[in-house]
Design a protein around this ligand. Sequence first.
Ligand SMILES: NC(=O)c1ccc[n+]([C@@H]2O[C@H](COP(=O)([O-])OP(=O)(O)OC[C@H]3O[C@@H](n4cnc5c(N)ncnc54)[C@H](OP(=O)(O)O)[C@@H]3O)[C@@H](O)[C@H]2O)c1
Length: 435
Amino acid sequence: MDIKREINIGLLGFGTVASSFYHIFSEQKKELGSIFSIPINIKKIFTRGSGHPVPENIKKLTVKNAGDILEDGSIDIVIELIGGIQPAGDFIIKAVSNGKSIITANKALLAEHGEEIFKKCTEKKAHIGFEAAVGGGIPILRAIKNGLAGDKVKSVYSIINGTSNFILSKMTNEGGKFGDVLKKAQERGYAEADPSLDINGTDSAHKIAILGRLAFSTSLSMADIIIEGIENITQLDISFAKELGYTVKLLGILKNEDSKIEARVHPTLIPSSSLLSKIDGVFNAFLVNAKFAGPLSITGYGAGGNPTASAVMGDVIEIVSRLVNGDIHQDFIISKIKNKLNVKSKKEIISRYYLRFSAIDRPGVLSKISGILGENFISISSMIQKGRKVEGSVPIVITTHEANEEELLKSVRECDGLDVISAKTTVLRIEDNIS
Ligand SMILES: NC(=O)c1ccc[n+]([C@@H]2O[C@H](COP(=O)([O-])OP(=O)(O)OC[C@H]3O[C@@H](n4cnc5c(N)ncnc54)[C@H](OP(=O)(O)O)[C@@H]3O)[C@@H](O)[C@H]2O)c1
């Protein structure tokens, strides 16, 4: 066994997360060294030097060429905190090929190219840590990977995008239109200048792809996930949901029933009494249901320099411990990701639905809508029709009993073809059993 006399880390990038990581690491470096009885150092930092300033006292560690880290035989762990698909992806593959362990917070890269990266790590017996890629400072992957390693995850309901949750909470608690609230979120730094990946559900789906792989030990691609964003949620829907006893949240949902998986991200009506409905602002939360452990919940900051860097630190300690102890075995769960379980398509989803029709105020509209729903075996659970006109139309809200999504969408398309329906009908899913 190769006895380590020191562990050296190479840092790729020096932005929000990397600079926080540097500070947290520096604070704990001495203690870590004494726990593991060997020095643990950040040896080199790769930065383009174009954006985030590097403090004067660590400029001596910076290199302008990533190869200076990737090809350095004395570096044991490479921490990729650049983000994006390339060059981050090539850097990781190169580092693993050169026998290094990897830590990354890069959800987009792992969601899109995780298969290739895990395969390379398995081939080279490299350790990989990516706790920071899902839920920022919340140790959800470790909880599933280690804590529930001997259990069977049945479902995960999650709020995993702080920007969307901030917008929906503001709309729910203070009113306001989607566009105005988004502008406020941008002014306060809770939303990027280009927030599209956050609000259209892609960022949540990246995290669901990673989480689903671990939770169900299966490969899960972005194409397997049903993705809908919050762009079309109106104050009207938020108010009607409230009236019905629900709160609208952008949820990431994973379910495993009889080895058939559901993986979806969409705005969802959840009971206003449920735990997840109380998670407001930029907070993230996970509700995991395991076969033997039962329901577990965890909440916290899903982003930000320090929380995310704290997750990176956790990975550093785990990998250092493996390297120091000469553990050449792949992570137990990662090595199990070999199967491909069947993923349910939209056609196979069974759910309750919230439908908001925009109808021209004329007698007989309701019977036309309910007639079409009935012909398609969609049974109505409740109905709200108010005289309030919105842009010349009257909203009619119907909630359904459990229905097949394909049949539901077919009937909504038929309704939208009626001459009394003036705009595309809003369709949202309802999840009742999440408390
Ligand atoms: N920020 C969060 O709250 C958060 C939370 C969870 C996960 N993450 C993930 O953590 C990673 C880092 O995020 P961050 O917020 O720290 O990003 P950031 O502040 O934008 O920093 C990115 C760093 O990478 C460098 N970089 C970017 N593109 C590069 C390229 N093509 N070649 C070389 N260097 C490049 C940047 O250099 P310049 O300064 O020269 O531009 C900067 O040093 C991402 O994968 C992100 O998804 C972030």
